[in-house]
Write a protein that binds this ligand. Structure first.
Ligand SMILES: CSC[C@H]1O[C@H](OP(=O)(O)O)[C@H](O)[C@@H]1O
Ligand SMILES: Nc1ncnc2[nH]cnc12
Length: 290
C-alpha cells in the first residue's frame, strides 16, 4: 500500500513549500467543509497532503475547527498517516519554549465539539487507550532529532476548550495534580476522530510558553506566543520534510492496529443501522461497513 502523509498544521503553519505537483484541492465531505482547501503533492517520492487547521488567515477558533470534516477529507484523499503540528504551553521547567514534544497521551477537557463520527443508528466504540501511533511518533522523534530540534519523547497533552487561556488555579491543577506536561486547544477530538477513521496519528507539540503557572514567566501573552511560533514554524516544516524519507513510499499494515480500529467496534445490528448515517460513513468506515 502507498504511504500518504497528511499534515495538519496548527497556529503559525498555514502552508508547506517544496511539494512537486503542488495543488490546493477542494474536498467535500458529508460532515461539511474542512478548514480550508488541502495542499496535495509529492515530496521525495511520497504523497503528501497539508491542511491548515485554522484555515489560511486563521479563520477557525479551536472550538469551531471542523474536526470531523478535516479527518474525513484526509481519509477520503487516501491519507494513511496523520501528523498534527501544534502550538502548546508547557507545564514542565525542562520543556522550554522552542522545544518540541512528541505527545503520546491526552487529557480531553473539551466540551463544545462533535467528538465522534458515530451515533444513533450506527454506534461504535474504539479504544483510545494509546491514542497516538508509536511507529509514526517514533518517525516524528527521529525527524526532529535529525533536524537538530530539541525534542522530548512522550508527554501528556491537556486539551482545553479555550479560546481563553487557563486561570492560574487551572494551570496549577493540570500540572501538579493531573500530571499534564503540555496544554493546547486542538488535539482533541482530532486524535479520537483519526482513530475512528483508522488513521495512524502522531502529534508534535511546539512549545511556545510556560502557561500561567511559572512564577518567573507570568501570564500567557499571545504576542509572545506568536514571536516564538515564528521561530518554531520553520523547525516544524523542517521536521515534516524529513518524514517522507523515514516512512518510505510503501507501507505495511500498522503494527499497532491503528488501521484496524473499527474491526470489532461497531455494535449496531446491520438491520438496525441508519442508512443515511451509514452513507455518511463511506470514507471513514467503508472498510468495515462495505
Ligand atoms: C496561538 S495561541 C492558541 C492557539 O494555538 C494553538 O493552536 P494549534 O493547536 O492549532 O497550533 C492552541 O491550541 C490554540 O488554538
Ligand atoms: N498556554 C497555552 N494554553 C493553551 N493553548 C496554547 N497554545 C499555545 N500556548 C497555549
Amino acid at each position: 500500500m502507498d504511504t500518504y502523509i497528511g499534515v495538519i498544521g496548527g497556529s503559525g503553519i498555514y502552508e508547506i513549500d517544496g511539494l512537486e505537483n503542488a495543488e490546493w484541492v477542494t474536498v467535500d465531505t458529508p460532515w461539511g467543509a474542512p478548514s480550508d482547501q488541502i495542499l496535495t503533492g509529492v515530496y521525495e517520492g511520497v504523497k503528501m497532503a497539508f491542511l491548515p487547521r485554522h484555515g489560511r488567515g486563521h479563520v477557525h477558533s479551536p472550538t469551531t475547527v471542523p474536526y470531523r470534516a478535516n479527518i474525513d477529507a484526509l481519509k477520503r484523499l487516501g491519507v494513511t498517516d496523520v501528523i498534527s503540528v501544534s502550538a502548546c504551553g508547557s507545564f514542565r521547567e525542562e520543556m522550554a519554549p522552542g522545544d518540541f514534544v512528541v505527545v503520546d497521551q491526552f487529557i480531553d477537557r473539551t466540551f463544545a465539539r462533535e467528538k465522534s463520527f458515530f451515533g444513533t443508528g450506527c454506534v461504535a466504540h474504539v479504544s483510545v487507550a494509546h491514542p497516538t501511533c508509536p511507529r509514526l511518533s517514533d518517525a516524528c522523534f527521529t525527524a526532529a532529532t535529525d533536524a537538530g530540534i530539541k525534542v522530548h519523547k512522550g508527554g501528556t497533552y491537556l486539551a482545553m476548550e479555550g479560546p481563553q487561556f487557563s486561570t492560574l488555579a487551572e494551570s496549577k491543577m493540570y500540572r501538579e495534580s493531573w500530571g499534564a506536561d503540555v496544554i493546547g486547544m486542538t488535539n482533541m477530538p482530532e486524535a479520537k476522530l483519526a482513530r475512528e477513521a483508522e488513521l495512524c496519528y502522531a502529534s508534535v507539540a511546539m512549545i511556545t510558553d510556560y502557561d500561567s503557572w511559572h512564577p518567573d514567566h507570568g501570564e500567557v501573552d499571545v504576542t509572545e506566543i506568536i514571536k516564538t511560533l515564528i521561530g518554531n514554524a520553520d523547525k516544524g516544516r523542517a521536521l515534516v520534510k524529513r518524514l517522507p524519507a523515514l516512512l518510505g513510499a510503501e507501507r505495511d499494515d500498522c503494527p499497532h492496529g491503528c488501521d484496524k480500529a473499527l474491526e470489532f467496534a461497531i455494535l449496531t445490528a446491520p438491520e438496525k443501522r441508519d442508512p443515511d448515517l451509514v452513507a455518511k460513513l463511506d470514507a471513514v468506515a467503508g472498510r468495515v461497513l462495505g
